[in-house]
Design a protein. Sequence first.
Length: 241
Amino acid sequence: MAKAVAPKKGAPYSLRQKAYDDLKTLILTGQVRPSERLSESRLAERLGVSRTPLREALMKLEEEGLVVGQRNIGYVVTDLDVTAVCDLLIVRQALDVCAAELACVRATDEDFERIRDIIKQMEALRDRGPDKSASPSQDLDLGLQIHKVIAAATRNDALIRATDQIYQQLQMALWLEVLLVDFEDSDLAEHKAIADAILARNAPAAAEAARDHVQGSLRNMTKVQEMLRRRQMVPRLVIPR
């Protein structure tokens, strides 16, 4: 993996953000394909930025799991291996269930307030209606935040680290799930079910809600796979049943 280089202070934030946003859009819309090698010179020209902000953008995207740095090759777009994603989701399910149960016991009033606040933000986004909906990134960010808050509420450092690692590895799949799957209100309902159970300190209900939520993601991977196949972004893969 390519060695990360600390961002240079002289690079303007606006150019770093432009390179990051534009390249992320190219990846998530399939304009650059999974496993494609990213030529820094061509990308810099295409995005209208110099190599310094481009490299910083690539480093950030690597942290999010959308690109991979390889020695003597450079960066390539992450290949969506649906079978591997499903394996990660099974691990995520175990971690999320454990976190939900522990949070019921260890969460503080401050943790509860953070959970309530995120749910309110989710509801506010949905209340805007389809014509005024937030960007997919906002939707995903809130979904990730609530899981981070629940993990933090466990006060278990090992669980927090493991959860963070799994979510990092699932970045590409989670982005595609948000972009391609029509959740309607199911995603909000699932997060509210988890939150309500934790707020009630009902560990069995929290565990069941967390498990159901990840099972929904497993089902969604079939939809994502089919939509990507139609767009000819990735070859069709067989998901184990």
